[in-house]
Write a new protein. Structure first.
Length: 341
């Protein structure tokens, strides 16, 4: 029997007969949970008003020709006040677009182009997060400067209605950050965010965290964990970041293993796997990842991971208002969800 408590489980069936639901992303505000995903060249959203126990039928946000999906590319979703924001990138023209809805996803604005240099976001790897005070951040792997990828960002102080000038957040001393690992974001409140990305420093492809306030980097850029991964390639796997009791906690892949790191503590090996997602509540951190094609989870108080599904891919996880956690992943052409406590 699973040690993980499964409070409810359901699956959103494929929205198309010719394309799978892919790359789920979650956002929560109170009892509202927004689930965004891609299918073919379309962006979709399903909304729950009961903390993820049930979801309404998925509705289309937009068609986006050449929508980038797969390997952590795909739509992102955030909730700020009464606004739901969905962002995505197409390979052509290579811009980061953001749609905004203030009526629960029934209608959507014309998309705003977040990057202020055309085609700068064409790699398709980005993250978006929001806090309850109307601050929204987006970060992405940027190509505007020749010679290597850099981490750039843009910020909004009005719930995504308008976006400020782009800012370079980090440039590696080696000339590029990891070229195709997705960045992650966590909102700390009061306009402060923590961004995590895979760096390239002297051949090591390790995860680093920097803080951003007021749209600008603030403080040191901190490597996660004690070890390093010497790799002359991109693993296409960027890890997860969450806020645990006011501190940042991160989880990421090094070689074939998954690790978790907390400030001032030694890294902790969770087990073999990849594509980890992370959330945190008052009990601690919840990690969900892929191991050998199965979905596994490690919850607070457990010493070994438990299997959630025999097959699946690209999990996502978010903390709910009642301190439980909702996980979602690709499974059988649809999106499976499980609520964990």
């Amino acid at each position: 029997m699973l040690a993980v408590a499964l409070l409810f489980a359901l699956t959103l069936p494929p929205v198309s007969g010719s394309a799978a639901n892919r790359q789920p992303q979650l956002a929560v505000a109170g009892q509202t949970v927004a689930l965004a995903f891609g299918s073919g060249e379309s962006i979709w959203l399903a909304v729950s008003h009961d903390g993820g126990a049930t979801f309404g039928a998925a509705s289309k946000v937009a068609d986006l020709p050449k929508l980038l999906l797969g390997r952590h590319r795909g739509p992102r979703v955030a909730i700020s006040g009464n606004a739901i924001l969905v962002s995505a990138i197409s390979s052509t023209p290579g811009d980061l677009l953001c749609w905004r809805s203030t009526d629960g996803g029934r209608t959507w604005s014309t998309p705003a182009v977040i990057n202020d240099r055309p085609a700068a976001a064409r790699e398709g790897l980005h993250a978006m997060a929001a806090d309850a005070e109307g601050h929204v951040a987006a970060v992405w792997l940027d190509d505007r400067v020749p010679g290597g990828k850099r981490l750039w960002g843009a910020f909004s102080d009005d719930g995504g209605a308008t976006w400020g000038k782009n800012a370079q957040l980090y440039e590696s001393p080696s000339g590029t950050i990891c070229q195709c690992c997705h960045p992650s974001l966590a909102a700390l409140g009061h306009g402060e965010f923590a961004a995590m990305f895979r760096n390239v420093v002297e051949g090591g492809r390790d995860l680093y965290v920097l803080h951003v306030r007021g749209g600008r980097p603030e403080g040191p850029v901190i490597k996660q964990g004690q070890g390093t991964w010497k790799l002359d390639a991109c693993p296409m796997d960027g890890g997860g970041i969450a806020v645990e009791r006011g501190d940042i906690v991160t989880a990421w892949r090094r070689d074939h293993e998954i690790y978790l790191a907390r400030p001032g503590k030694a890294e902790h090996e969770l087990g073999p796997g990849q594509d980890i997602a992370l959330a945190a509540g008052s009990k601690g951190a919840y990690a969900v990842w892929v191991n050998g094609g199965a979905i596994e989870a490690l919850t607070p108080g457990e010493t070994a991971p438990q299997q959630l599904a025999a097959s699946g891919a690209f999990p996502e996880v978010v903390t709910l208002s009642d301190d439980s956690v909702l996980a979602a992943w690709e499974e059988g052409g649809g999106i499976a969800t499980r609520r964990l406590r």
